[in-house]
Design a protein around this ligand. Sequence first.
Ligand code: WT7
Length: 646
Amino acid sequence: MTVEDLYPVPAELAKSAWADKANYEAMYRASVEDPAAFWGEHGKRVDWIKPYTQVKDVSYDKDDLHIRWYYDGTLNVSYNCIDRHLETKGDRTAIIWEGDDPSDDKTLTYRELHEEVCKFSNVLKAQGIKKGDRVTLYMPMVVEAAVAMLACARIGAVHSIVFGGFSPDALAGRIRDCESNCVITADEGLRGGKTIPLKENTDKALESCPDCTTCIVIRRTGVETGWVAGRDVWYHEEMAKVDADCPPEEMNAEDPLFILYTSGSTGQPKGVLHTTGGYIVYAAMTHRYVFDYHDGDIYWCTADVGWVTGHSYIVYGPLANGATTLMFEGVPNYPTVSRFWEVCDKHQVNIFYTAPTAIRALMRDGDEPVRKTSRSSLRLLGSVGEPINPEAWRWYHEVVGDSRCPIVDTWWQTETGGILITPLPGATDLKPGSATRPFFGIDPIMVDNDGKVLEGACEGVLCIKDSWPGQMRTVYGDHERFYQTYFATFPGRYFTGDGARRDEDGYYWITGRVDDVINVSGHRMGTAEVESALVAHDKVSEAAVVGYPHDIKGQGIYAYVTLTAGVESTEELRTELAKWVRQEIGPIATPDLIQWAPGLPKTRSGKIMRRILRKVAENEYGSLGDTSTLADPAVVDELIENRMNR
Ligand code: WT7
């Protein structure tokens, strides 16, 4: 496999970028040698009401686990994302909104955003929402979602966004867990021409949430919905009653900014808590350097605000930098599979950030739908959410980016608040499939299963040695779980849950969650590796690989394969694919079982739910657990029906 081609930094980019190779090396060294000095300096990227004198106070000890940054400083995130730009950039576009329907769009300047946010802050106050209250957002990708986030931040309320694809039960569980007294939603969401009954779902959820006594509803489609008098109010009606004057609340750096629920390997979703000062410094700085953001650039991250990517890289990071950020309501293949690229042309997008799953899906439809668009405004591409296989990376680079645009493959997690391992476009030569090098202040350490630290080129479990300002501070309401999940496995360091390889150049290759690592006849293997090989075959569109109990080998390799449109699923092809993988990686990687899977079980954010695939592969489909977060639950029945290991 020719995976280790090097894509050097374009020379002009090295000159214009915020960091070239020399800058990166010098800043990186400084950042890990003296983190307090480094972050003390870069904390000045945001405006403080009362400047901090203390930078860092962190202990990962079991009995004293605490993480504090800039903790005697005060500031307001909404002020930093809006007010401070008004004098010089008041008329600059803050948000470009592109609706589900291509004829539906609008823009908001920083001044207009300021007015909306101040007014909505006053609406929240009028509804009795106070500093420290938890407010749940269950919203489509409309401008009001960003407005609501920033209004919460302005008055010191803590938002908890629940992705619009979650079920009423999932929503209710999250509302109860953080004891929200208010939920903000819309009558309906609109995606890919289909409506999502957000208000109806909220009504169902609130039946089991007696303490959530306010529901603010945005009118999106105008459909008739249920109405609970005394609880429900219309966004537009309340906005008409308030004025646009709302001074930002003075917040301590360590006051909570938001909670975001995320799944762990066990138990109920955890409420990941992020705080104010460190989070905004880290989101702003990573956005600036990783996307090499310069004044006037049009930046588009295709995520949903329901995920951390939407928090840090649609709203907080870009707006803290005074950027123009595009919010997209729709999906990549509606009305056609050219939509992403048409939107790039329409709004002259310079920086485009999406997920490998979207790239692979679009790749299936060939080059034509991409080639027919211009994309000449694009300068930089980004990837996030899962390892991007070299095959998809190259297609993204050659076809989408016309071999012109560097790709930043950004590795991070809900827990990390911002990007931790990533190329910097002016500083890092790229290797397809590698997230490359650590960001400033991030000291990755590789350990083996016994916690022994590995040096040089190696493969192991990825931990982070020290803290960084954007790190989560606790699991909401369960500090013990915070310790157990992230600090108990390898005491004294942050355990990421990911496996990785570090090559001789110090580049990191994330191999996937360690619970996805399989052991075949004593050989350790990343399922991502086998998948990458499978999707490199031209008849394969997507593949997911898991381990299953095997009498002789310990674990066998079970592959779920989605074929390219129009390809027939024959026994010959099964043999051909097994042989192909054997050739690509080696005999130990040969799949034992290949199941044809017209669809894979994915969350609404596009993450494949391997837990389900493992269960089906183990022939244990009676105990699949919660499948409520799947984009299409019917996929599971199909998989069970055609399982190979009976
Ligand atoms: C997990 C975190 C980060 C925002 C979206 C996902 C995987 C994420 C990459 C990448 C390889 C990646 C990891 C990580 N992941 N980005 N560039 N390369 N793997 O956030 O839902 O908290 O998931 O996503 O396994 O642990 P999340």
